[in-house]
Design a binder for this molecule. Sequence first.
Ligand code: 4AD
Length: 431
Amino acid sequence: MKTLTTIGQLKAAVGQSVWIGCWLNGKRSSGKIQFLQLRDGTGYVQGVVVKSEVAEAAWNAAKELTQESSLYVKGIVREEPRSQSGYELTVEEVEIIQIAQDYPITPKEHGVDFLMDRRHLWLRSSKQRAILVVRAEIIRSIQQFFDDRNFTLVDPPILTPSSSEGTTNLFHTKYFEEDAYLTQSGQLYMEAAAMALGKVYSFGPTFRAEKSKTRRHLIEFWMIEPEMAFVDHEENLRVQEQFIAFVVQNVLANCRKELETIGRDVSKLEAIQAPFPRITYDEAIAFLQEQGQEIQWGEDFGAPHETAIAEKYDRPVFITHYPASFKAFYMKPDPNRPEVVLCADMIAPEGYGEIIGGSQRIDDPELLAERFREHELSTEVYQWYLDLRKYGTVPHSGFGLGLERTVAWICGLDHVRETIPFPRTLYRLYP
Ligand code: 4AD
């Protein structure tokens, strides 16, 4: 094999002759010069093939190249401030690996279904590549935030015997002779882990068989779920706002080029600094009613409600103290007003909706038992969870961040389907 340099490393090779392994993104020709737009995953560079300066074989090979053909190119690296990468290759040799036939995604506009059917190829486009780079940076930042603060990464199971968030949207499967479900949230297991390790977080896939076809819903999505022993509702919110501000500022520091490729207005992200505004559910209802919206106390918000509330702010907003009636069984009631719970949803700005759901958890065994009766949950199936309140219960809190909604917001994308390499949506399981 040849010793290869990557496009991302050209800076260190100015003036040298190097080989790169790449694909042809596009080509222009002016008769005596061919301009090859080359990409290798780490970046883009233009290869300049001058007829009078290369062997005939190299000239002819360059001529034969079609979009997405794979090749090795040898060339001298030159600084070129006008090009996207800042460098250019004066081509010396061209070695074809394969000539690609009729690549289906051409520079013309294609519909979303056409592109989604070819998602395995669409990933090669500069915008899709940039989104995946930003997604990876977001994941790295998330892990750094929690690792730096001495949280331990814990992996909850994916196959579970019961639900954690509600029974209506579970994916059912068989576990030999038993029934099993794909996890909707690792939270209950993370509560067990927090009692063992203090501060923990998980990062993994979750599955919801929701018949929702919106720009915010995926069937399979990735969630980050921190859980903290001896932490109350107030501190839970402080961790969340510092966490989100850290992730956004990290992406701004490390992914400027990618955000530019995606076309993101970065001034909107620069404003994302803690603290974040907070309003109670009651205040949110009053505000929406003033706006003439049809919503009553006791009803949950829909996307248009969340958007109307978020529009008032330039950074994410917490909506706190929702009615217990439609929230999960494990949320701790407000001691001053038991009809509402110590929870918060974090709503992203610019209409991206809820990115975090979190709460202080019920730590009192009697109250939890009462909730089990109200929600008709089996104390047998959840015996292990009830044990956590029996053997040294403590106040504790946690939250879940949806990765794809966060990527959609930070990248400024219309739809979550572009935030994950191979999206699983209501009508899509392919490719
Ligand atoms: O609000 P949710 O349902 O919260 C929980 O699952 C808690 N157990 C988390 C916890 O406290 N540990 O989901 C959390 C987040 C939402 O705010 C949203 O960002 C994302 O997960 N989410 C989805 N993202 C994409 N597609 C879907 N269908 C989603 N459902 C939730």
